[in-house]
Ligand binder design. Structure first.
Ligand code: SF4
Ligand code: SF4
Length: 466
């Protein structure tokens, strides 16, 4: 009967961060202490220190990492690349991606829980500060005094501004950043707008959006089902040991009936410390960022009730099910092989990287001229790209029967710039075959750097050798 149809009832909440009525479910994870948390704190503060200090360091006068999008120069550990070196940059990106795939296949979402700036800053800067200023239990409940909330948001704003500045330093460099900071925003409104928007985005993310960035926005969590396999390390609950879970009252009842209870005492401590609001006992979920807080929490509980630690632990699905785990799998071998090939290709490209790139550039609407004495004058345009940090004088000369008009052409190529240099090459008309011929030009760009480049010369049809 159609009239009997009733809509299925939604659970109390739809997602870990969303209630059934569509409202935000605020997550206020309890603070947890334990060996894994201490180790994460060391890693987190080391990463924060590196992230903060790196833009201020100098290698040969340059920052270790500077992605200057305005001048389109990308500096990585002392070497500056121009955007034309796309193959190297593409290989570098591929190396990063495949390394993440490999790390995930072996160690699970170790990046999310230990290295991602979102986790590091949220769990080790913003959240501890919130607990400190508002006091335990008053985080989202509104129990804290107004002055505490104002003080907290002022501190958040300060930290977000500092974070935005540090982040921008990787793109504009600290020298420019200091200049901007010391001058009035009216002198550099565009730069100030970028700073203000970045600070606003930091505030939005770390104060309001929080774990939703991991659960709703970041694609990495969604990839985990294809990146992980049964032998990848994951944070997992040992259901064979923990089930049937039972609290103290249920335990007594089960004991009276002679039924054994599992080690899980249903204290929900693992849920209460979870920053993404999930229950790890439901199995591997995309919301789990492998922060290991539930491991520390459950181990503390197990210690208290006199049971062995590790009811929740780092393990693999195979091992948790009592099967033999494998570290080396086809997936891992393939990732290692691909990574090795990419690194080798990068090393080769870096080794063959020339300080000045020389290429023939196309000339439109310019033609050759036939001179008296059977000589052909062919215009040639060279593109010279200086990839070094110093201005370079380039001298172009001809070889064999193809000579540069005026015997040589000299041009000053500014550091990290590219320029076109026009010249004419004189060669015998008899050397042209079907309207063109090749010629070799020698380009000297310093006392110890000389290169030869093959160019195509336009000339008359017929006669002579091609
Ligand atoms: S913390 Fe451990 S004992 Fe408590 S509910 Fe979670 S798994 Fe069970
Ligand atoms: S389930 Fe455990 S490891 Fe996963 S996010 Fe929650 S607390 Fe962290």
């Amino acid at each position: 009967m159609p009239g009997d149809f009733t809509l299925p009832q939604l659970d109390e909440r739809v997602l870990s961060t969303l209630n059934a009525d569509g409202s935000r479910r605020w997550i206020d994870p309890k603070a947890v202490r334990g060996p894994l948390h201490s180790a994460r704190a060391v890693v987190a503060w080391s990463l924060i220190a590196v992230f903060t200090v790196l833009p201020w360091m100098r290698i040969d006068g340059k920052p270790p990492i500077l992605l200057d999008v305005m001048t389109r120069h990308f500096t990585v550990f002392g070497t500056t690349f121009r955007p034309t070196e796309t193959l190297l940059l593409a290989l570098l990106l591929l190396v990063v991606f495949v390394s993440v795939f490999l790390a995930t296949a072996v160690l699970g979402r170790v990046w999310c829980g230990w290295g991602c700036p979102q986790t590091v800053y949220l769990e080790f800067v913003y959240r501890p500060l919130e607990r400190l200023v508002l006091g335990k239990g008053a985080v989202r409940s509104g129990g804290a005094a107004t002055w505490r909330r104002i003080a907290l948001y002022a501190l958040f704003l300060l930290i977000s501004a500092h974070l935005a500045n540090t982040f921008l330093a990787y793109f504009v460099g600290t020298d420019r950043l200091v200049q901007w900071t010391l001058r009035s925003p009216a002198e550099h409104p565009a730069a100030f707008a970028v700073f203000a928007i970045t600070t606003g985005l930091m505030m939005f993310d770390f104060v309001f959006f929080r774990e939703q960035l991991c659960t709703l926005v970041c694609p990495y969590g969604r990839f985990q089902s294809v990146l992980l396999d049964r032998d990848s390390m994951i944070v997992t609950y040992d259901s064979r040991r923990g089930e049937p879970r039972a609290n103290a009252i249920e335990r007594k009842a089960m004991a009276a009936e002679g039924k054994p209870a599992g080690d899980c005492i249903e204290c929900s401590w693992c849920q209460q410390v979870c920053p993404t609001g999930i229950d790890i006992r439901d199995g591997l979920q995309l919301e789990c960022i492998h922060c290991t807080q539930c491991i520390d929490a459950c181990n503390a509980v197990m210690e208290k009730v006199g049971k062995p630690k590790g009811l929740i632990r780092y393990s693999t699905q195979s091992r948790i099910e009592g099967l033999k785990g494998r570290v080396f799998r086809y997936r891992v071998a393939i990732y290692v092989a691909v990574l090795g090939a990419l690194i080798a290709a990068m090393a080769l490209l870096l080794d063959r990287r020339v300080p000045v790139l020389v290429e023939q550039a196309r000339m439109i609407g310019v033609n050759f001229t036939e001179l008296p004495g059977g000589v052909v004058r062919s215009p040639v345009r060279l593109l010279l790209e200086n990839r070094t940090e110093a201005d370079v004088w380039a001298t172009v000369r001809g070889t064999g029967d193809a000579q540069v008009e005026g015997s040589e052409v000299r041009a000053l190529i500014p550091a990290l710039e590219a320029m076109q240099v026009d010249m004419a090459v004189l060669s015998p008309a008899s050397s042209f075959g079907r309207g063109s011929r090749s010629a070799t030009l020698r380009v000297e760009t310093g006392a110890d750097s000389s290169r030869e480049v093959t160019v195509r010369l336009a000339g008359p049809f017929g006669g002579g050798s091609p």
